[in-house]
Design a protein around this ligand. Structure first.
Ligand code: ES4
Ligand code: ZN
Length: 324
């Protein structure tokens, strides 16, 4: 089963590039760039990774991201992630990046995007992995800041396929971002949003109806709303579920309580992803293995999850067909 799972062609549709920053690279970049960190060493960082909710994680995640300064840093970060993804059997990934986390520290958006884009090209040549980027707006910031970020990114339009919405969910409903998502749609960009991770089903409805998203990131709280479940099933709107993330951020106390299998059995298009693998103790294959063991998933279940990843991706139909 283990070897079969490793060899199974997979996608990764929910990973934040800033969340792939391993403590070792964090310290390397801190030293290189003269940035001081609130931890003395790698062990100290790892010891700090005990979270009790999303916000307690985000505070550390933004602190860690402060070491990223140059185009070479973003390139190195992305290459390290891509090589791990390839080793996990990932054939195609759609990767979030958070420009506001960097712009607000005085880093030029071109520095961020050029470094990431160069890495996507390099890994394609090295391994055949295909990479799409999705620009995420931070929902704890204003809609005006999101719109400015979209405008700042438009000169680099060819380097990303869509926009997303992440950061602190509760108290920051999707509805505030309707205008910027409409602008993105008019630019021909795909749309996704984190919803129903910690927030209520109502936020998932808003993401669908107001932001017109093609996928819901997380979405596990959809289960509380039967009408919403019906809609997700009927329209086959994919959920990018991140089991180890839900565990680490205390969405569930034990993976055996995770609702992934119930969502799958209800006929939803469920995918498995890593979210912030450097912080949550596991890349995509580890997430597959963890749910396979905790929920007793069959090969057929796992095959269908992997297949859903290609179906749910933004690859052109001819590219999808290579894997289906
Ligand atoms: C995130 Cl787990 C999660 N939720 C919302 N925003 C995020 N950014 C990075 N990881
Ligand atoms: Zn996420």
């Amino acid at each position: 089963m283990d070897q079969w799972l490793a060899a199974l062609p997979k996608t990764e549709l929910h990973v934040h590039i800033e969340g792939t920053l391993e403590p070792e690279l964090m310290f390397t970049l801190a030293r290189r760039n003269g940035v001081s960190l609130p931890w003395v060493d790698v062990e100290g960082v790892r010891a700090a990774y005990r979270f009790h909710n999303l916000q307690s994680f985000l505070d550390l995640y933004y602190a860690g991201a402060s070491v990223l300064q140059t185009e070479a840093d973003f390139f190195q970060l992305a290459m390290a992630y891509f090589r791990r993804a390839v080793a996990d059997g990932v054939k195609h990934c759609e990767v979030f990046f958070d420009p506001q986390t960097h712009i607000d520290r005085g880093i030029d958006i071109g520095t961020v995007i050029r470094g990431l884009a160069r890495a996507a090209e390099a890994i394609r040549a090295e391994s055949g992995l295909s990479v799409y980027y999705i620009l995420c707006f931070l929902r704890h910031l204003s809609a005006e800041s999101a719109m400015q970020t979209l405008l700042d990114a438009l000169p680099y339009r060819r380097h990303f396929v869509g926009v997303g919405l992440d950061s602190s969910e509760v108290g920051n409903p999707p509805e505030r971002f309707e205008t910027v998502f409409e602008q993105a749609r008019l630019e021909g960009l795909q749309r996704v949003a984190h919803a129903g991770e910690e927030g209520p089903p109502e936020y998932i409805w808003q993401a669908l109806d107001l932001l017109r998203v093609a996928r819901i990131d997380h979405g596990v709280r959809a289960e509380e709303d039967p009408q919403l479940m019906h809609r997700l099933q009927q329209e086959q709107i994919p959920l990018t579920v991140c089991p180890l993330s839900n565990l680490k951020l205390k969405g569930v106390d034990d993976l055996r309580q995770h609702n992934l299998k119930r969502l799958l059995d209800a006929g939803l298009c469920v995918t498995v992803n890593s979210d912030d693998p450097a912080y949550f103790d596991g890349y995509v294959l580890a997430n597959y293995r963890a749910v396979a063991a905790a929920l007793g998933l069959s090969r057929e279940n796992l095959y269908n999850i992997a297949r859903n990843g290609f179906v749910a991706s933004f690859l052109p139909e001819v590219e999808k067909a290579r894997w289906l």
